[in-house]
Design a binder for this molecule. Sequence first.
Ligand code: GLU
Length: 425
Amino acid sequence: MARVRFAPSPTGYLHIGSARTALFNWLYAHRYGGAYILRIEDTDKVRSEKRFLEEIMESLKWLGLDWDEEPIKQSERFDIYRKAAEDLVNKGKAYREGEAYIFKVDKGRSVEIDDMIHGKITFNTDDIKDQVMIKSDGSPAYNFCCVIDDAFLKITHIIRGDDHVSNTPKQVLFYEALGIMPPKFGHMPLIMGQDGSKLSKRDGGTAVEEYRREGFLPEALVNYLLLLGWSPGGDREIMPLDEAVKAFDINHMKGVQAKFDIQKLRWMNGEYIMAKKAEALMPLIKKQFLASGKAVPEDNILLKVAELYKARIKTLSEFITLTDCFFGDDYAIDEKGREKHLSSAESKTILSEFADRLEKTGDFAHKTIEDACRIMAEEKKMKAGTIIHPTRMAISGKTQGAGLFEMMEILGKDKVIERMRKAAS
Ligand code: GLU
């Protein structure tokens, strides 16, 4: 049975790169059978904060990466680390320097790691200094407590970022000194920004929390992160977590650096939004309204608008901005569009005449509205666009959106004519 762990330090929000690490550990446990454990590395008492820990746990749950056992916290285990360090001093493998405990590194030998992703990596101990186990302030050093806890938790596989490759030989030396078989290691190349440097705000954000706020679906984010470490083969890109669990193969994880591409993530999010039923999107959209401080619209109109727009939006926050004309008269106006389509006397005359014709229609189904538009265009020998553009501007304040006639049907006859008359005046 595999036992894997995700070991965040609660000194900041859950980073996109850490979320990917969590995902692959979770996948490993679910694919090969075993436990996925959460360990809180809060040894830095000054920088670790409760709010960060809460956010990390909440983001993990939101992503669907729930852990299997009660999480352990390193801040509660200082006595255990000190005891283990003392044992190594008593065995002559370490020494004291004041309050600190230091591990002796034997020089002139090599340490080999058979990395699950990179293959064999060899280190020379001449390049490794004696290792602090317990600092003089009594707190444990990362490499030491990490090994004590991985051994205590009986971790079989460690999957983490490449930034820990250089720590691995040090950890292997601790395992040797403790007489414990080291687990298997797999290091994933870090996620880089578009220009090849460290991922930053410019690339779309570094915290999972930001994507959540922006209205990305957890399924889409997980699917995107999956592709940054593993390829399901062929051209396949859309692969939900439950299918990934069946298809995942640790031997096919990518050893090459991954670039974070926000446009691709947006595309993928759009695909997931489109695939959902409008009913299923409703609670998510409502949350987005609440989060943006706007009143939540009534269910029946919201459902219709969601149906009309779900194939056009890439994020849920886009839904709010694109559809504001349906939920009150205080919607944003594209000034350039107004100038272009609504400023001339001719466009006002057209709008007025179209409004007159619409007033006389029996019903206000989109088909009826479309027919009225077509007939007017034929009679006036003008292109339908000459009627459509000013009308779209008049009723929505935008130059783009869903199909105009469907929009008009949802808005209803009274509101449409009121807005057209106002724009024509
Ligand atoms: N707290 C470490 C980190 O967040 C964990 C490293 C590890 O997985 O061993 O980078």
